[in-house]
Design a protein around this ligand. Structure first.
Ligand SMILES: O=P(O)(O)OC[C@H]1O[C@](O)(COP(=O)(O)O)[C@@H](O)[C@@H]1O
Ligand SMILES: [Mg+2]
Ligand SMILES: [Mg+2]
Length: 349
């Protein structure tokens, strides 16, 4: 039987890619892997344990928190705190960023932004959910890290990854040198290298968007959806529509099979719904590293200026040629419009 390489072994091996690094990033990734296993254990028995359902609280974005949102948040923060390599964690579930003040972590080099449980609406119905993380190097050199250390553009990320709790559990990550995927082998309790050097196909036949909001989409998105549905043998259209409603699961599928995931601005979410810091930027980093493309319809996600912790953005992400085509439609049918004119456009349709 072939022995698979574990995440821990792989991380140590890859340490050689960063000759000046002292191993902190490797340890940080290992800590995230450990927390992912703990969360996975709880996700797997969610129907049995008293972990399903609402927590009775809301996050800063006014979204109801599920018990599992809160549990996952606590586990990741606790793992990062005990690991001592992270000085600040910014989470979807906390209004503000958190200083992990311990003897070691106050001087730690890394900032972690995290969506501890992505796809919350799917928790109670046994559908794929995930965790998304993003790692930055701290910029400030004295005292405690500050907000500006967190508000870095996506292009500054040193690593990013996601965990998908699905029919199997996988951890996929990049440190800017390609993308590798690890499947959790429950018999040994280790993530094992199963998807080395992941590449997203340049073209695909899957488009993923919540078409229920069609009337609220900008014209460029409406035209792109129609383009996906028109018959054309050469480009293998009509495409297949697949939308799970968990960003991690939708993008993971498209990474493997080829496809595009879109969450545009809508009349009710004029800045988009998904969060730039802990959803769009890490997924954009991974998809770019796999050879794909990520944009807000006009500009590269990783270049966007970050001004707020819970900033939202539209996202068009996936196979390069598909994202390019969607951008063309946006440029032609929805040339960059202000919120005001966009709402005007929706109103007269
Ligand atoms: O229900 P909608 O509007 O289609 O939104 C679905 C999107 O919202 C999210 O669930 C938001 O993530 P959270 O569950 O972390 O809040 C994405 O995973 C998903 O792509
Ligand atoms: Mg999310
Ligand atoms: Mg979440």
């Amino acid at each position: 039987m072939k022995i698979a390489k574990t995440l821990g072994q792989f991380i140590i091996e890859k340490q050689a890619d960063f000759p000046y690094a002292k191993g902190e990033l490797s340890r940080l990734l290992r800590d995230i892997g450990i927390a992912a296993k703990i969360v996975n254990r709880e996700v797997n028995k969610a129907g049995l344990a008293d972990i399903l359902g609402e927590n009775g609280t809301t996050n800063i974005q006014g979204e109801g928190q599920k018990k599992l949102d809160v549990y996952a948040n606590e586990q990741f923060i606790s793992a990062l705190k005990h690991g001592g390599e992270c000085c600040i964690v910014a989470s979807e579930e906390n209004d503000d960023y958190i200083h992990l003040d311990t003897d070691v972590s106050t001087d730690a080099k890394y900032i972690v932004a995290i969506d501890p449980l992505d796809g919350s609406s799917n928790i109670d119905v046994n559908v794929g959910i995930g965790t998304i993380f993003s790692i930055y190097r701290r910029k400030s050199t004295k005292g405690r890290a500050v907000l500006q250390d967190v508000l870095q553009r996506g292009v500054e990320q040193v690593a990013a990854g996601y965990v998908i709790y699905g029919s199997s559990t996988m951890l996929v990550y990049t440190t800017g040198k390609g993308v590798n995927g690890f499947t959790l082998d429950p018999s040994i309790g280790e993530f094992c290298l199963s998807h080395p050097e992941m590449k997203i196909p340049k073209d695909g036949v899957i488009y993923s968007i919540n078409e229920g909001y069609y009337v609220h989409f900008p014209d460029g998105v409406k035209k792109y959806i129609k383009y996906c549905q028109v018959e054309d043998d050469k480009t293998k259209r009509p495409y297949t529509s697949r939308y799970i409603g968990s960003m991690v699961a939708d993008i993971h599928r498209n990474l493997i099979k080829g496809g595009i995931f879109i969450y545009p601005i809508t009349a009710s979410a004029p800045k988009g719904k998904l969060r730039l810091v802990y959803e769009c930027n890490p997924m954009a980093f991974i998809i770019e590293q796999a050879g794909g493309k990520a944009s807000n319809g006009y500009e590269r996600i990783l270049d966007l200026e970050v001004t707020e912790l819970h900033q939202r953005s539209a996202i068009f992400i996936g196979s390069e040629n598909m994202v390019h085509k969607a951008e063309e439609m946006m440029a032609y049918f929805s040339p960059q419009v202000t919120k005001k004119t966009f709402e005007g456009l929706v109103a007269i349709q």
